[in-house]
Every structure is written in C-alpha cells, then in structure tokens.
Design a binder for this molecule. Structure first.
Ligand code: ADP
Ligand code: MG
Length: 611
C-alpha cells in the first residue's frame, strides 16, 4: 500500500500518467478524424466510375496500409517534415491519420458494397436523387454494417499509438515505460498502464453501445384516426382516382431500343399506354421484359428512342427524372423494402421527404394504404419480420403512398412461395378495379390473362404481339406467341423406393399447380389421381416409377404419366381370368380420366388424360 502511495500519489506520478494518457487520446482522436475524412474521400474515389481515380485510391491504400505505422511515423518525423521542424504531436496526427485513412477507407467501401443495389434502386424509383438515396439508404445501412468493424479499428489505432514514443512523444506507454525503469516497480507501472488502455477501450465500447440500438425505435406508431382503421376500406380509397380518359396517353414509347455491351435486347419498340390500362407483359425469360420496364422509368435509360410520360420527354435534359419517378411507382421482384426502416417508415419516407407532407399527413396516408393491402397491424414491424407476401404488399403500399399515375410491376410474385402468390395478386387485382394504370411483368399466366385489359407478348427484341387477353391467350395470331401460349408445363418426380416421401411428392405437385394457375378443383383431382395411381395401384407391384404431370395452358387439360420398367404390366386393365370385382382405386381412375397403356423398349407407360 505504501509503495503504491509513494509511487503514484506522493511523487505526482499520476499526473504524469494522466498527461501521457492525454497524448494517447489526442493522437487517437486526431488520427480518427483525419482518417475518417480522408477515408471517406478514398472510398468515394474507389467507387468512382473513372478507372484513374479508382487506381489512385487503390495504390494509396496498398502503399499506406502495407507500411508499418512506426516506419511511416519516422519517415514523416525524420525525413519529410524534418526541414519544417514540425511539432512531434502534429507529425503523429498526420502519420496515424494517413494510416487510419487507408483502413477506414477500405472499411467504408466494403460496408457500402454490403448494401444491396436493390435498396438503392427502390429509393431511386420513389424519386430520391442519388444523394438522397445515399442519405436515406446507403449511409445508414452501411453504417450499421461498419459499426463493429469501426469500433475495432479505433481500438487498434489506440494501441498502435503506443509507438509514438519513438519520436519523443510522452504518451501513455512511454510514461509507463519510464516509470517502471525509474521506480524499480515495473509491475505496478505496467499494471497501471494496461488499466488505462483498457479503460479507454472500454469507453470506446460504451460510446458505440450507446449508438448501437437500432431495433428499439418503434414509438412512432401512433394509433391511426378512427376513419383509417377498420372496416376494410373501399377499393376506391386504395389509390388516387385515376379515371380513364382515352385522349390523354400516360406513356408514349417511340422507337425505343436498348443494347447492353453492343448486344441488342430491345429494338424499335413503339407503343402507347393509355390512362387506366392494365397491361401484362409476358414472354420467355431473357426477352427483355425487365429491360422494357426499367427503360420506362429510366432506371436503365434506353440506348435510343423516346419515352414520353404525361407529355414529358424523359430523354430531354430539362426533364427532372426524380420528379417523374414520384408519379411512376415501381414494385420489384425482390420487394426491396428499406430494411433499416419499419413498415410505417417505409411508407412515410417518400411522402415526407419528397412530397413534403407533414409527418401526420404522411402517417395518415400510410395507414390508409397499409390498411388497403391488409397490413395495418404490421405498421410497427421490421421488414424482416414479415413473410415474402406481406413484404411485397408493403412494397405496393409504399408505392401507393406516393399517389402515382402508374405503377410498374416487375414479376411481383416470382420470389414468393406458391402459397403467398395469391395474396399479392389479389391486391393487384383490387388496384386494377380502381382504374390505376399498371404495367405488370409476370409469369403467372392465369393472373396475366384475367387482370389485363391488354397483353404484350415480348419476343424477338420487341412487342411481338399486342392485343386483348382473349386474343393473346385463346387465339394468338403469330407463330411465336402461339408456341409460347400452347407450351406445356410439366413436372417430374422420380420414385426410387417403396418408402418414398409421398407427402413431399404431393406437396411438390400442389406447388406446381399453384404456380401455373391450375384451379383448386383440378389440383385436387390431380392429387387424388396421383395418390390412387401411385400408392394404391402401382407401388404394391412396382418399386421405381417416373411420374410426370403436364399441364397445357391452352386448353387447361392435364396429363399424368407413370413410366416404369420390367415386363409388360398394366394394373389398370382387369385381369381377364379374374372374376373378382375391380379394385376401387382402379374404378376411381378409369372413371375420371382417359386411360391408356403402352409398352415398348421394356418400358411401360400409363397415361391419364383429363380435360
Ligand atoms: P427478362 O426480364 O425478360 O427475363 P431482361 O430484361 O432481364 O429479361 O434481360 C434481357 C437481356 O438483357 C438478357 O440477356 C440480360 O442478360 C441482358 N441484360 C439485362 N440487363 C442488363 C445489364 N444491366 N447489363 C447487361 N446485360 C443486361
Ligand atoms: Mg426479368
């Protein structure tokens, strides 16, 4: 106890220690500020479109990060800044600042890379400028990713400053070092030094903890005004009234062409979209359906041609595309809800920041539209707490909150489990009834046929056939449309043992049916027939069966094929010599389908056809 007192209090050593700590803190903080500012510049350069700027940033980072900070420190002190007789403290600021900038710049770049491009696109499609999207989405999300790494970088920096003693600065380490040799009490001095470093690191941690509380902010969920809650709103209230008026086209597309890397994707596409039209866009994948939609709102400006939206030419330099996009909503396949905002904030952020609504008005509008898509009770939830179908409905509500003139949907149900497709298509159908103009790219043929007032079949780099749904789906005029519409969808399942997973097979068949818009009654019949055929008729005799269910979109008929090897064997045919009554399963099958059996190449094939 006495030695402790003598060493630290009586001789004023604690003051020296505190001073050393002051130097350590000063160097750390200054280096952090310089490093962060310079790091941000490096990060911007590294993300630049220009190769030269990227090259400069990369070279800097490789050189500075690869040089030991002590050598950098001595280089500045003894060589570069020596003629200026700069104060050692400032030299330390510079050397550590440069060193930190390389680490922090890289850290920022990686964090920004971690923000999905879909998030930024969603912000741009609402009408946020590049900078607005950065502030709204990229920065907060990257900051969340970077926070723990940044804390680590600060603690590292704090420890590396312990080498400043080499340029005659009395920092914490150097003071401790002096003391331990002078007092002959190395343990006490070192222990005190370590304690001080731990204290500083602990302080950094506490500060970060304070800022690191993202998931607790839910208090802004005010109860909505009574009029906005139940009962479920009339369809009228879903969107701004948008009465069709035939002589004012919403969009005119004129000789639009798009190429990527010299490869043409769309060539000379011209069409007009009238107010109130609901257009579904179908076609093989890779035909350019997404490209077409993304040209309409300039997310991918076309290589040539014009898009005229409400009389405004989007290719005109005078046109402010951010203003245009406020009136042109976009719903993405991947939902792209802002993951750092609650459902409610996702819906209010556009109206508040872009349309300058008051917070109360924006909230009211959000409640109304969330209620319209059936999700008012999820207003306080975070996007990742919702199912895919719910997220997509929120994305639609977010669009509606901007009260757009038109909404573009790019395969809104393709990322969903089959069981959730219906909830999203139902919301879109409801919107269609309000007269909202929509362009919907989809692979759901039944939906495409029934929701549309007009259908575009995209192929051969253009709108290959354009017509009412009755024409495109029932009576397509051109060869490629015909083969696309009449194509048969099929589903295969290989049974390899008697103990195969029957539940899984039936579930896969159900999903296949849902995906292709087979109605419920037909789906049930397909399930019944496969169950009877496989479980009750075939499996008792045969172990390996290839099952195929094919569905023709043209005449909505389906076929079930069961193929198996071995000698000729048709369990559905009554054995001629048997006089026992036919099996119930066989009766069910022969009673509800056209049955045929073929045998060739040692292979049996049973085919059930149902119209
Ligand atoms: P669809 O939506 O009909 O499936 P897309 O419009 O996504 O088709 O793509 C059409 C073609 O354009 C594809 O061959 C695709 O590879 C190409 N493509 C689309 N976007 C880009 C892009 N940003 N860069 C390069 N090629 C692209
Ligand atoms: Mg696509």
């Amino acid at each position: 106890m006495d030695t402790l007192y003598n060493n630290f209090i009586a001789h004023g050593a604690w003051l020296t220690l505190l001073k050393g700590m002051g130097t350590t803190v000063a160097v750390t903080v200054a280096a952090l500020i310089i490093g962060t500012l310079l790091g941000a510049v490096l990060c911007a350069l590294a993300r630049s479109r220009f190769t030269v700027l990227r090259g400069i940033a990369k070279t800097y980072i490789v050189l500075v990060r690869g040089t030991p900070v002590l050598l950098l420190l001595m280089l500045f002190y003894y060589v570069i800044l020596a003629p200026l007789r700069t104060d050692a403290l400032y030299v330390a600021f510079i050397a550590f600042g440069l060193n930190a900038s390389a680490h922090i710049g890289e850290l920022m770049r990686t964090a920004l890379q971690g923000v999905s491009s879909g998030q930024v696109e969603a912000a741009r499609s609402l009408g946020f400028s590049r900078w607005g999207a950065f502030r709204l989405v990229s920065f907060p999300q990257a900051a969340r990713i970077a926070r723990p790494v940044y804390e680590n970088a600060i603690v590292n920096l704090l420890q590396w400053t312990s080498v400043v003693g080499y340029i005659a600065l009395s920092d914490l380490t150097r003071v401790v070092n002096n003391m331990s040799s002078r007092t002959g009490q190395p343990f006490l001095a070192l222990a005190a030094g370590i304690a001080f470093y731990l204290l500083l690191a602990g302080l950094v941690h506490v500060i970060f903890q304070f800022f690191d509380r993202p998931q607790t902010r839910r208090q802004n969920i005010a109860p909505p005004a009574p009029t906005d809650l139940a009962p479920r709103p009339e369809v009228e209230s879903i969107a701004s009234p948008n009465r069709p008026s035939p002589d004012s086209p919403t969009i005119v597309i004129d000789h639009l062409s798009q190429q990527f890397h010299g490869q043409p994707v769309l060539t000379n596409v011209s069409t007009t979209i009238q107010r109130g039209e609901v257009i579904t866009v179908i076609g093989p994948s890779g035909a350019g359906k997404s490209t077409f939609l993304r040209a309409l709102n300039w997310l991918n400006p076309p290589s040539s041609g014009q898009v005229i939206f409400l009389g405004q030419d989007l290719s005109d330099r005078q046109t402010d595309i951010n203003l245009v996009r406020r009136k042109m909503g976009m719903v993405f396949q991947a939902f792209n809800l802002f993951s750092h905002l609650t459902v409610l904030d996702n819906c209010t952020v556009g109206p508040r920041r872009l349309l300058k609504l008051t917070p109360a008005a924006a909230r009211q509008r959000a409640w109304k539209n969330l209620a319209a898509v059936g999700l008012a009770e999820k207003a306080g939830a975070w996007p990742d707490e919702l199912s895919g179908g719910q997220q997509q409905r929120v994305a639609i509500a977010r669009c509606l909150c901007m009260e757009p003139e038109i909404i573009l949907f790019d395969e809104p149900t393709s990322a969903l489990d089959p069981t959730m497709i219906g909830e999203v298509t139902a919301v879109i159908r409801q919107l269609a009834q309000t007269g909202l103009t929509m362009v919907i790219v989809t692979h759901e043929m039944e939906f495409a046929r029934t929701v549309a007032s007009r259908v575009f079949y995209l192929d051969d780099q253009t709108i290959y056939e354009d017509g009412p749904p009755e024409q495109i789906f029932a009576n397509p005029q051109k060869p490629k449309t015909q083969s696309f519409i009449n194509r048969v969808r099929s589903f295969e399942y290989d049974i390899t043992s008697r103990q195969f997973d029957f539940i899984e097979m039936q579930n896969s068949i159900t999903n296949f049916c849902v995906k292709h818009g087979v109605d419920e009654a037909k789906t049930d019949r397909i399930l019944l027939l496969t169950e009877e055929l496989v479980l009750n008729v075939l499996i008792p005799h045969i172990e390996q069966i290839d099952l195929t269910v094919s569905y023709s979109e043209k005449d909505q008929s389906y076929e079930i094929d069961a193929t198996y090897g071995g000698p000729e064997f048709n369990p559905l045919a009554a054995a001629p010599e048997s006089d026992s009554p036919p099996d119930l399963s066989v009766l069910i099958i022969t009673g509800s389908a056209d049955v045929s059996h073929r045998y060739s190449d040692q292979t049996n094939q049973i085919r059930l056809v149902v119209h």
